[in-house]
Ligand binder design. Structure first.
Ligand SMILES: *Cc1c(COP(=O)(O)O)cnc(C)c1O
Length: 220
């Protein structure tokens, strides 16, 4: 099936309450344009400079989401245009985003990435650290960032019960914080687990290969 057909079929299955981030990392502009011409406007990338290059080249009504781990020295390249950063995993990164957003005269929406996988994962805040970061006095002085929700990645496993358990954990945390912080987005679910994620309360899914086909990293 073509990208256009994949996307159309995929979107038909989604409830209205769920927003799709089409994950276009490693894919060329020509393929992303095919999704764009099918109506998709939100794209996710995991490398700042790749996202910036695509932003330069592509139509300006695209919303670019950063979904991958961000190094602080790269924030300045995306601050002028990024719509949502899903992967804030430290106070220091949040501080830098605030600084660069201010320099661009913007307020940047962010999600805190929380560790939910039962196996060891490199990135993401522990739930308690996420709570602390939200409540901290320093965070309250960051007027150029807006924390609008949480993001999590489940363990890559066939064990659906484990994946559900991990998503439920994040949903529970989201619910306890939602009112206080006026959260809007719970970002959970990828090609392999988006159905379980939606069942467990996700309203923002990040889907790549189910739309664009498998990624080829061999020429990197
Ligand atoms: C690559 C990536 C996705 C999309 O993965 P697919 O399995 O291709 O849907 C989602 N979230 C993050 C953080 C990613 O890096």
């Amino acid at each position: 099936m073509s990208i256009s057909e994949n996307l159309t079929t995929f979107k038909k299955k989604l409830p209205d309450t769920v927003t799709l981030v089409a994950v276009s990392k490693t894919k060329p502009v020509s393929e992303i344009m095919e999704a764009y011409n099918t109506g998709q406007r939100i794209f996710g990338e995991n490398k700042v400079q790749e996202m910036e290059a695509k932003w330069q080249e592509m139509p300006k009504d695209i919303e670019w989401h950063m979904i991958g781990h961000v190094q602080r020295n790269k924030v300045k390249y995306m601050a002028p245009f990024v719509s949502l950063i899903h992967s804030v995993d430290s106070a220091r990164l949040l501080k830098e985003i605030n600084k660069q957003a201010k320099a661009s005269d913007r307020v940047i929406d962010c999600l805190l990435q929380v560790k939910i996988a039962e196996e060891d994962t490199k990135f993401g805040l522990e739930a308690d650290s996420a709570r602390e970061l939200l409540a901290s006095e320093t965070t309250k002085t960051f007027h150029n960032v807006n924390i609008v929700g949480l993001m999590g990645m489940a363990t890559f496993t066939e064990d659906n019960e484990q994946v559900s358990r991990e998503f439920q954990k994040l949903k529970k945390l989201y619910d306890t914080l939602q009112e206080t912080y006026n959260f809007k987005f719970l970002s959970m679910g990828m090609s392999g687990d988006y159905q379980l994620a939606i069942k467990n309360g996700s309203n923002l899914i990040r889907v790549g290969s189910a739309i664009f086909g498998a990624r080829n990293y061999s020429n990197e």
